[in-house]
Ligand binder design. Structure first.
Ligand SMILES: Cc1ncc(COP(=O)(O)O)c(C=O)c1O
Ligand SMILES: Nc1c(O)cccc1C(=O)C[C@H](N)C(=O)O
Length: 415
C-alpha cells in the first residue's frame, strides 16, 4: 500500500482520538513501551490504581491491621461493595451482584439455582461454541439434576424457545469469546420468558465494554470475569448477578458459611442470608478483590455508553486500516455495530504463528482454535493511533511471511 494511504489513516487516527478524548484513560494504566496490547479480553492491563490498592491491602491492611482489617478495612463486606460497582457497569441495581469465586464456580451457582427454579422443566439450552467451561458446567449441572442439555446456537435459541414448554433455562454468552459476535440479550431473554424459561448470561467478554443492560434486558442471572476488560488482574474474582425478583428463591448449591444469615453464630444449621449475600460461599479472596476494586476506579466519571462508542470506533477503525493497508484476511467478527463486541477476529491458516510473529513485533493478541487471530480492543487504554500501528505491523508480518519462521511454530502450554 502507498505511503499516502498510511498517511491518510494516520490523520484519521488523530481525528478519532480527538473525538474520543473524554474516554481516554491510558494514563491510568501501566503498559510497557513498544507494546500494543490487544489481549485485554484475556488479561486486562495493570492499572496504577490496582497496583496501589494491592500494595495498600498487603502492606497496610494485612501487614499492620492484621485480622482487624476484616472490620477496619471492610474486607468482610468487600464482595457486595465491589459487586455494587460492577452492577453499575452492567446495568443492574445495587444489591444484585457479588464478587468472589471464579467465573466457572459462579456459573455453576447460577445455572444450578436457575434450573431448580423451574422443577417441571427438563431442558437446559447452551451454545455448543461457548467457551468450554460454560458447556462443561452446564452439562455437569444437568447430570446432577437429571436434566437434558441441548446444544443450540444463540442464533437458533429464539426459534427453539418459541412455543416450547420444556426449557428451564437458556444459558448464553453475550459476546462470543472466539468470534466476538454480540448476541441480543434482551431478545433471547424475552423468548425464554415467553416460553416460561429463565435466562443466564456469561458477560466475560462484554462487562466493561458493552452496555450490557441486565435490568433493561430482563436477565435473570449473569456471571462475568474480573480479569478481562475490568482489569482486576490474573485470577481476579468473578461476579454473579441474581435479578431482584429471584433473590428470595435463590438457593446456592454450595451452602457455605459466607452465604449464611449469621456466619459468626457458628451454627451447624444453614439459614441463607438475605439478598445477594446468599450467593457467597467461603472466605473472599481479599487481595484479588482489592486489586479489582482499584482497577474499577478507571471507570469513575465515565459513561459505559461512551466507552462502548469508543470501543466500536476502535474496532471499526482497525477493519478500515486493514482495508486501507491491503490486508485481506477474512474478518470473522460481524461488521454490524449492533452485533460486534470489543474484538476483531481474523482467520489465517497459520493463525498461531501469525500471533507469535505479531507478539515478536510488539503487538500482543492471541490465537484461538482452529485458525483465529483474536485481537481484543480494551477501549480505556487503546488509541486509534495504537490501532493503526497494530494494523501496519500485521501487514508487515504477513507481507514478510514472518509467520513462517520456525521459532513461531511451537505451541506454548498456555495459548
Ligand atoms: C466466556 C468465558 N467464560 C468463562 C471463562 C473462564 O472462567 P474462569 O474465570 O473460571 O477461568 C472465560 C475465560 O477464561 C470465558 O471467556
Ligand atoms: N483465564 C485464562 C487463563 O487462566 C489462562 C489463559 C487464558 C485465560 C482466559 O481468560 C482465556 C479467555 N477466557 C478466552 O476468551 O480465551
Amino acid at each position: 500500500m502507498t505511503d499516502d494511504s498510511t498517511a491518510r489513516l494516520a490523520t484519521r487516527a488523530r481525528e478519532l482520538d480527538a473525538e474520543h478524548v473524554s474516554t481516554d484513560r491510558r494514563n491510568a494504566f501501566v503498559l510497557p513501551d513498544g507494546v500494543v496490547y490487544l489481549d485485554g479480553n484475556s488479561l486486562g492491563a495493570l492499572s496504577v490504581a490496582a497496583r496501589e490498592a494491592t500494595r495498600d491491602a498487603v502492606e497496610r491492611q494485612w501487614g499492620e491491621q492484621l485480622i482487624r482489617a476484616w472490620n477496619d478495612s471492610e474486607w468482610w463486606t468487600a464482595p457486595e461493595r465491589v459487586g455494587n460497582r460492577i452492577a453499575e457497569l452492567v446495568g443492574a441495581p445495587a444489591g444484585t451482584v457479588v464478587v468472589g469465586d471464579s467465573t466457572t464456580v459462579s456459573l455453576y451457582k447460577a445455572v444450578h439455582a436457575a434450573a431448580r427454579m423451574r422443577p417441571e422443566r427438563r431442558v437446559v439450552l447452551t451454545d455448543p461454541d461457548s467457551f468450554p467451561t460454560d458447556v462443561h458446567v452446564t452439562r455437569g449441572v444437568c447430570e446432577q439434576l437429571g436434566l437434558t442439555l441441548e446444544l443450540v446456537s444463540p442464533g437458533d435459541a429464539v426459534a427453539r424457545l418459541e412455543g416450547s414448554d420444556d426449557v428451564a433455562l437458556a444459558s448464553y454468552s453475550q459476546v462470543d469469546y472466539r468470534t466476538g459476535e454480540l448476541w441480543d440479550l434482551a431478545t433471547i431473554t424475552a423468548a425464554a420468558h415467553d416460553a416460561g424459561a429463565l435466562s443466564c448470561w456469561d458477560l466475560c467478554h462484554s462487562a466493561g465494554v458493552v452496555e450490557v443492560g441486565l435490568t433493561a434486558g430482563g436477565a435473570d442471572f449473569a456471571v462475568g470475569c474480573g480479569y478481562k476488560y475490568l482489569s482486576g488482574g490474573p485470577g481476579a474474582p468473578a461476579f454473579v448477578f441474581v435479578a431482584p425478583e429471584h433473590l428470595a428463591d435463590f438457593t446456592n448449591p454450595i451452602l457455605g458459611w459466607n452465604g449464611h444469615a449469621t456466619p459468626f453464630a457458628m451454627s451447624p444449621d444453614h439459614v441463607a442470608a438475605d439478598g445477594i449475600t446468599r450467593a457467597r460461599v467461603g472466605t473472599p479472596p481479599v487481595l484479588g478483590i482489592a486489586a479489582l476494586e482499584g482497577a474499577l476506579t478507571a471507570y469513575d466519571g465515565l459513561d459505559v455508553g461512551d466507552v462502548r462508542r469508543r470501543s466500536l470506533s476502535l474496532t471499526a477503525f482497525f477493519v478500515e486500516c486493514l482495508g486501507g493497508l491491503g490486508v485481506d484476511l477474512p474478518v470473522v467478527t460481524p461488521a454490524d455495530d449492533a452485533r460486534r463486541g470489543s474484538q476483531v477476529s481474523l482467520r489465517h491458516p497459520d493463525a498461531y504463528a501469525v500471533v507469535q510473529a505479531l507478539i515478536a513485533r510488539g503487538v500482543i493478541g492471541d490465537f484461538r482454535e482452529p485458525d483465529i487471530v483474536r485481537l481484543g480492543f480494551a477501549p480505556l487504554y487503546l488509541s486509534h493511533e495504537d490501532v493503526l500501528a497494530a494494523a501496519v505491523l500485521l501487514r508487515d508480518v504477513l507481507d514478510g511471511r514472518e509467520f513462517e519462521r520456525a521459532e513461531f511454530a511451537t505451541r506454548a502450554a498456555v495459548t
